[in-house]
Write a protein that binds this ligand. Structure first.
Ligand code: NAD
Length: 462
């Protein structure tokens, strides 16, 4: 099939790469010319400098004959004569009141609708489905149909096909999903979508769920909210219990609680903040939509508050419990990606830590992250007000610093348990926002290193 992707960010590019792997031809369109140049370069270094996802560069290079990138809308218009499906993969960021900023989507659909009306020399003979991959408000399919109708588009269906990818494992998730959700309102669209996902229809381990568009969109928002709420239960209840009593090791508590299959382990990892572009945003969107319907949103609001509260609580402990005033200090910060295996810094704990350090009057920060490009770090707005040095390696980040903060769960950060005592003096404060050093807290303490870890009481140096 011939597929068009509007928006070649995380979702657009990883989905398109997987579709190319299934044998479809894909054209990716984005308004960001630099992104198109890098992703379309067929060069691993350039691709990964923009979008670091395990396996993505391999697929884009392997299937280069079936994958094209453009930022020229004329090329998109020309392609519409033979396109079968259009994936809408544009951003839907949050607004201050929690509602979804639909301006990217609105602009993109208006542009594509205008062009669709001209396809096949205006005859519009070819049937096309417009697929909402972006996470959108529940009633968006109705809006999309209205825009298409207003532009006189015929022979078109609107489908909701929400994305459940996990950043860092997006390619794996697209090639081997556990579920595919297709929301449509007519047989023809379900048939198109079955052709598109033919690869999975007979796979016993993939649940292929067909619903209407509204259920598909609501299911996505609810799934993200429930994942988010588990993280908050971990932070605000399990983590708090482990921090409040001596002799409780968070990992042991977790084992006891989560080995009940009715509870399970997912989400029960203590952390200074649940970042990323989706969970907080989707919870806000759900709350906003429910409020419009005059439904109670207390629990959703409390969940959102708990995440920000967790960050504030953790950072406040640095002075309150560890006695460190960061004013005038040089701080080593490990991790700016919102989690391991990605270079995505959107809504990341590390980003908030930088802002907090600036507010507290820290003198400078040395940052190390194995995946985020130095230029991307230096381009952060905070870099104009807080002196930030991008360290070459983990050792380099420690140079002449007063304390270390771990903000991303990269597995290599566990080695800080040996690196720090080797290269810093006794009394150097370690602030572990990811429990990367959970197994070494007592040993570090005995070596003379105070450790403040999320999910543990403060470990003063012995
Ligand atoms: P992204 O910011 O990485 O990518 C979006 C791209 O769309 C950008 O490259 C942007 O330049 C482009 N764009 C904006 N307006 C455009 C237009 N008019 N025409 C063409 N391109 C345009 O965002 P993302 O992470 O890929 O997310 C996209 C959507 O998918 C969002 O709704 C998000 O909530 C949802 N989603 C994201 C994830 C995730 O983990 N990132 C997971 C599931 C769903």
């Amino acid at each position: 099939m011939h597929l068009l992707f509007i928006g070649s960010g995380f979702v657009g590019t990883t989905t398109a790469a997987a579709m190319a792997d299934f044998g479809h031809s894909v054209l990716l369109y984005d308004i960001d010319a630099n992104k198109i140049k890098k992703l379309g370069s067929r060069d691993r270094g350039q691709i990964e400098s923009y979008l670091f996802e395990e396996g993505l560069a391999d697929l884009l290079i392997k299937h280069q004959k079936r994958v094209s990138f453009t930022n020229d809308f004329a090329q998109v218009s020309a392609s519409l004569d033979h396109i079968d499906a259009i994936f809408m993969c544009v951003p839907t960021p949050p607004q201050k009141d929690g509602s979804t900023n639909m301006s990217y989507y609105e602009k993109a659909i208006a542009t594509i609708a205008q062009a669709l009306g001209q396809r096949n020399k205006g005859k519009q003979t070819r049937y096309v489905v417009l697929i909402n991959k972006s996470t959108v408000p529940i009633d968006t399919a109705t809006y999309a149909y209205n825009v298409l109708a207003a532009h006189g588009v015929k022979n078109v269906g609107v489908v909701a096909n929400p994305e459940f990818l996990v950043e860092g494992r997006a390619i794996e998730g697209n090639l081997r999903p556990t579920r595919i959700v297709v929301g449509a309102d007519n047989k023809k669209d379900f048939t198109v979508m079955r052709r598109l996902y033919a690869h999975f229809l007979k796979k016993k381990d993939v649940l292929y769920i067909e619903t209407n568009q509204f259920e598909a969109a609501a299911g996505k928002l609810l799934a993200n909210y429930l994942l988010f709420s588990r993280l908050m239960l971990c932070f605000d209840v399990m983590g708090r219990v482990s921090e409040s009593f001596d002799n409780l090791q968070f990992e042991n508590i977790r084992k006891i609680v989560c080995s009940d299959p009715r509870i399970g382990f997912w989400g029960f990892y203590d952390s200074l903040y649940a970042g990323g572009s989706c969970l907080d945003k989707d919870a806000n969107s759900l709350a906003y939509q429910l409020k419009q319907k005059k439904a109670n949103v207390d629990i959703i609001k409390a969940t959102i508050k708990a995440n920000h509260g967790q960050l504030e609580h953790f950072l406040a402990r640095i002075e309150k419990e560890a006695g460190m005033d960061v004013r005038g200090k040089v701080v080593a910060l490990y991790g700016l990606a919102f989690k391991r295996d990605t270079n995505d810094m959107r809504n990341s704990a590390g980003g908030f830590v930088l802002e907090w350090l600036h507010k507290q009057g820290a003198a400078a920060v040395r940052v190390y992250d194995p995946s985020v490009a130095a230029e991307a770090i230096q381009a952060l707005p905070i870099a104009s007000s807080l002196p930030i040095t991008v360290a070459k390696n983990m050792r380099d980040a420690l140079t002449e610093t007063h304390c270390t903060i771990i903000a991303t769960d990269w597995p290599q950060f566990k080695t800080l348990a040996t690196l720090i005592p080797k290269h810093t003096k006794k009394g150097y404060l370690i602030i572990d926002g990811r429990r990367s050093l959970a197994d070494a807290l007592g040993a570090l303490q005995k070596k003379g290193y105070p450790v403040l870890a999320v999910g543990s009481p403060f470990f003063p140096a012995k």
